[in-house]
Design a protein. Structure first.
Lengths: 201, 79
């Protein structure tokens, strides 16, 4: 008889079966796939598949069922990091221009894209659907996108991100800071290019 | 005694997300709070930073296309 995922906490590590793994995957697949799509432009399915393979092999090391979602995501990020390393031995440090003066908040006030709105900033965010958000994220260099996605969308702690990316904490904090600025600048640029500010609202 | 000298807007804005994350020292936290107590524009920046964080946090799981789900479930069945 199949056990539900909620009953799995009662299952001893040695007793875990492929069916338990399948149950787990069924629940966690949307979140895992979404994370993969925010990390790679193409090949999210392949990334998830490789992560699932590694997760299945390591299933007996999962300590708490309640942490299964985070455990799977961590494996996926590790797989992605290793793939990045194989592709390029150098960190993508493309110049991204001077970000110090850019403020999306001020840009919206100055440009006033929705003159009749009393909630200008909230309205600006609402014109982005999940595909638009992904497009903006995918435009960012890996070193900025990865920490940003993990910290603010998937809720990883900064220390955990530093460990996963094998980067010093200070470097991770600096990348998060620049990544936020760059993300806001790209949101503004994308909204204009994609005509999000002129759509019937 | 802590140094609570006023910081400029650029410095306050630079630290806002870390302020929300409680990732800065108590002294810097205090400086940002002091700045926010008199700067309306930076309060607007703070509110927008909160909205942006909420926007990102609620966008975590998308729908998975049926053909992708099917392929991945088949893969797991074959493990």
């Amino acid at each position: 008889m199949r056990r539900s995922v909620t009953d799995m906490s009662e299952v001893g590590i040695r007793d875990r079966t492929k069916e338990d793994f399948q149950e787990l995957v069924l629940v966690e697949l949307p979140a895992l796939y979404s994370l993969a799509r925010r990390l790679v432009r193409d090949g999210a399915e392949d990334l998830v598949q490789e992560a699932l393979l590694q997760a299945f092999r390591a299933f007996s090391t999962l300590k708490e069922e309640a942490a299964a979602g985070r455990w799977l995501k961590t494996i996926l990020v590790n797989v992605f990091r290793d793939q990045l390393r194989k592709r390029s031995r150098t960190v993508d440090e493309r110049p991204i221009g001077d970000l110090s003066d850019f403020s999306l908040y001020r840009t919206l006030v100055d440009e006033d894209p929705f003159p009749y709105s009393d909630t200008l900033h909230a309205d600006f965010l609402q014109v982005f659907d999940s595909e638009d958000l992904r497009e903006v994220l995918i435009r960012l260099p890996d070193i900025y996108r990865i920490p940003l996605v993990l910290r603010y969308i998937d809720g990883f702690a900064t220390k955990e991100i530093a460990r996963l990316m094998e980067a010093p904490l200070g470097t991770t904090l600096a990348r998060l800071h620049r990544g936020r600025r760059l993300f806001e600048r790209e949101m503004w640029a994308y909204a204009q290019e994609a005509g999000l500010l002129t759509k019937e609202r | 005694m802590t140094d609570t000298k006023a910081i400029p807007c650029s410095e306050a804005v630079r630290q806002l997300w870390d302020y929300l994350d409680h990732a800065i020292s108590p002294e810097d936290q205090e400086k940002v709070e002091k700045h926010l107590s008199f700067c309306r524009r930076c309060c607007g920046e703070l509110e927008f930073a909160k909205e942006m964080r909420a926007f990102l946090a609620t966008s975590s799981a998308e729908e998975i296309p049926p053909h992708v789900r099917e392929r991945l479930e088949r893969f797991v069945e074959g493990l």
